[in-house]
Write a protein that binds this ligand. Structure first.
Ligand code: PLP
Length: 230
């Protein structure tokens, strides 16, 4: 048997700590396709990218015969003028829908391209102003008013969020709890929501806490691929 690579070893280690039913997104942004192929060889099928241009280049460069079943999640801030380009790449999930305006643009484009796009609504609970997403108030109003009923070709699958960037574990835990509570609130307000099942939270530094607080998807980059060279 060939020697296991460092990337394969890290993926195995992380997967061993995840409860059944929690999905691992290997965040490959800023890493070359060799790293993706390496992870694929270790059995990883789900990857996360945060820039449309980069995702497009990688999807085109991967040897298609050798990467069957590979899926992408889009996790970065998405500008409305990039929506068409992104949807053409058929990401299996857009996790980072951070405004109703963007959601509307995705829905119109999915109608135009003739398929249903699965998405998560990104919520903003962290203390940093630089992070994006619906505020808890906007999120609640969205479901109270059942605005999702206007969507024609977008499937709302759940929520995504990030904790504050701090060493204070209690603050991080509180942020994850707030994200999970918003997910629960949507289901409480709209128990008829179908396929609203995903809570994406937790990154390299904090995914074990996120899992404890009810994550169903974790997004791990540097703990798999090493530090990014920006
Ligand atoms: C980059 C990124 C991650 C992964 O971060 P790491 O700390 O490298 O694990 C997760 N989620 C989002 C939204 C990101 O942009």
């Amino acid at each position: 048997m060939a020697e296991q690579t460092e990337i394969a070893r890290r993926i195995d280690e992380i997967k061993a700590t995840l409860p059944q039913g929690v999905e691992l997104v290997a965040v490959s942004k800023f890493h070359p396709i060799e790293a993706i192929i390496d992870a694929y060889g270790a059995g990883q099928r789900l990857f996360g990218e945060s820039r449309v241009q980069e995702l497009q280049a990688k999807a085109a460069a991967l040897p298609s015969g050798e990467t069957e079943g590979l899926r992408w999640h889009f996790i970065g801030h998405l500008q409305t003028n990039k929506v068409r380009q992104l949807l053409r790449l058929r990401p299996s999930l857009i996790e980072s829908v951070d405004s109703e305006r963007l959601l509307g643009a995705i829905d119109r484009e999915a109608v135009a391209q003739g398929f249903v796009q699965p998405v998560l609504l990104q919520v903003h609970v962290a203390c940093e102003e630089t992070k994006t997403g619906l505020s808890p108030e906007e999120f609640e109003t969205y479901f109270r008013e059942r605005r999702f009923e206007a969507l024609k070709a977008t499937h709302l699958c759940g929520v995504m969020g990030m904790a504050s960037n701090t060493d204070d574990a209690e603050r991080v835990r509180a942020d994850f709890r707030a994200i999970r509570s918003l997910f629960d609130l949507a289901l409480e307000l709209c128990p008829d929501l179908r396929g609203f099942t995903e809570v994406s939270m937790g990154m390299s530094g904090d995914y074990p806490l996120a899992v404890e607080e009810g994550a169903t998807i974790v997004r791990v980059g540097s703990a798999i691929f090493g530090e990014r060279a920006y």
